[in-house]
Design a protein. Structure first.
Length: 419
């Protein structure tokens, strides 16, 4: 017998939740084959079997929280699928001397497991599997829009209004006593269990507000120069780099320059010590169906605009397809979040602990701006916000940082051409 244990995941992750067993007891598993999907605080990971043989038993059920190093399954390395389970049935269920009845036990066991095999062949994204579990939907009944047959989250969502009503219709007659428990007021409600990631986001945001002395300072940026520069160089930039020139690379460069001016915003508190980081790994908040994630652009100070834009495209695609690795999400020193893509005009971003600073970008809006005493012009303006930990960053430093970002964005050539 061999044990399958939860492997080391990352320095900051010590546990996870069993999201989906990809095998069942009695199945044969090859070495290196995926056996279980584990939901962690940041991403979902699939754990492989380090052994070859027949799965004898599971030590944890779906929904259980398991620790790194904990045994979650037992594999019989001597068995093969079907043969091992037949022997186990004979040795466990039958008393000695009645081996003639053993052959009848195996077909019964095989018949019981047969219907489950079809559902195991369903190819689905982790997001689709989670939603299906939350809604109580059998993935084998969902018709995928993907021509390759992969079930996605939107397939599960669209399935619900078509079939859920039919499946739920007999429920009131069968279990009338459960209706008041669902909604004491008599009005319809739906109880959905939060995913582990959503629970983690909730607890960390509350923790930050309880432990950090968070303040926010605001400014506004005239985006005219950036927009004109992008319009002038976008075609050549795309031809030479095969990636489009966006706003985020300008803000990333501006943030790095401002962090070098105000190093305490690139730090964290450890006990009574202040850990000032001399590298610049900038997190960029990305919204996904499963919640907010913050992938990290490594060594942003050493990368040019094309490299930053390329990283952004790659990380955004990974986030959308749920393929971010733990390494993509760890070790950021400062975060940028852009609520403007959803139309936010002004907001107060919450710190991404243990970081002590986060920059919020917002939507670009034409507003009348005084050019001088006699002239007014409509300019594309953006409000920017800096939330910071007042325990180690003073108001003067925060305002200086935000002013530096504003100056660089309003003079983008100094960023793009390094002058």
């Amino acid at each position: 017998m061999a044990e399958i244990k939860v492997p080391e995941l990352a320095e900051t992750i010590s546990e996870g939740t069993i999201a989906q067993w990809l095998k069942k007891p009695g199945d044969f598993v090859s070495k290196g084959e995926y056996i279980v999907e584990l939901e962690t605080d940041k991403v979902n990971v699939e754990i492989i079997s380090e052994h070859e043989g027949v799965i004898a038993e599971f030590k944890a059920a779906e929904g259980d929280t398991v620790q790194v190093g904990e045994t979650i399954a037992i594999v019989s390395e001597k068995g093969t699928a079907g043969i091992e389970t037949g022997r186990e049935a004979e040795s466990v269920d039958e008393p000695a001397g009645k081996t003639s009845e053993a052959p009848a036990a195996a077909p019964v066991q095989k018949a019981e497991t047969e219907p489950k095999k079809s559902s195991e062949r369903i190819i689905a994204t982790p997001a689709a599997r989670k939603l299906a579990r939350e809604k109580g939907i059998d993935l084998s009944e969902v018709s995928p829009a993907d021509p390759l047959g992969r079930v996605r989250r939107q397939d599960v969502s669209s399935y619900q209004p078509e079939n859920a009503a039919k499946q739920a219709a007999p429920a009131p007659a069968a279990k009338p006593a459960q209706q008041p428990a669902a909604a004491e007021s008599g009005k319809p409600v739906e109880r959905v269990r939060m995913s582990r990631r959503r629970q983690t986001i909730a607890s960390r945001l509350v923790e930050v507000q309880q432990t950090a002395a968070m303040l926010t300072t605001f400014n506004e940026v005239d985006m005219t120069a950036v927009m004109e520069l992008r319009k002038k160089w976008k075609d050549r930039f795309y031809e030479e780099n095969d990636v489009r020139l966006g706003f985020m690379s300008f803000f990333t460069k501006a943030v790095v320059a401002a962090l070098k001016k105000i190093p305490n915003l690139n730090a964290e508190i450890q006990g009574n010590d202040l850990l000032v980081k001399k590298f610049y790994d900038i997190g960029v908040a990305v919204s996904t169906d499963e919640g907010l994630v913050v992938p990290v652009i490594r060594d942003a100070d050493r990368k040019n605009f094309a490299e930053i834009e390329g990283n952004l495209v790659e990380l955004a695609e990974k986030a959308r397809t749920n393929k971010l690795s733990l390494n993509d999400l760890q070790g950021g020193t400062f975060t940028i979040t852009n609520g403007g893509v959803f139309g936010s005009l002004l907001s107060t971003p919450i710190l991404n602990g243990p970081q002590v600073g986060i920059l919020g970008m917002h939507t670009i809006q034409l507003r009348p701006v005084a050019i001088d005493k006699d002239r007014m012009e409509n300019r594309p303006m953006m409000y920017i916000a800096l939330s910071y930990d007042h325990r180690i960053v003073d108001g003067k430093e925060a305002v200086t940082f935000l002013k530096k970002v504003k100056e660089l964005i309003e003079d983008p050539e100094s960023l793009l051409f390094g002058s």
